[in-house]
Design a protein around this ligand. Structure first.
Ligand SMILES: [Zn+2]
Length: 105
């Protein structure tokens, strides 16, 4: 009877070790999911904030055209310089990001 008791007990211990091992694996997976979730949340917040900047974008500040890309992506006001000639019409270029926009046509 002692042999049966030890056999059953060691079977229970084997199952216990398996379950603890699996619990550790799941804990690690959960941590990875939490990290991925936090990254997604930050990305979501950044994109939502950038999308909402359209409401505060000022195309012209004190007579100077402002780059829409720099504002929308980084929240920075960057002047756009007139690159155009009389023949070509008005062409604005941002020195910070290189965005070029033709206007008036
Ligand atoms: Zn720009």
């Amino acid at each position: 009877m002692v042999g049966v008791r030890d056999t059953l007990k060691s079977e229970a211990e084997r199952i216990s070790i398996d379950k603890h091992t699996r619990a550790d694996e799941l804990r690690r997976e959960l941590t990875l999911h939490d990290e991925a979730r936090a990254k997604l949340r930050a990305d979501l917040d950044n994109n939502a904030a950038a999308g909402s900047r359209v409401y505060t974008y000022k195309p012209i500040v004190e007579g100077v055209a402002q780059c829409p890309r720099c504002w929308m992506l980084h929240g920075r006001q960057e002047p756009m310089l007139d690159q155009g000639s009389i023949e070509e019409g008005s062409s604005l270029k941002c020195r910070a990001c290189g965005l070029q926009v033709s206007s008036g046509s």
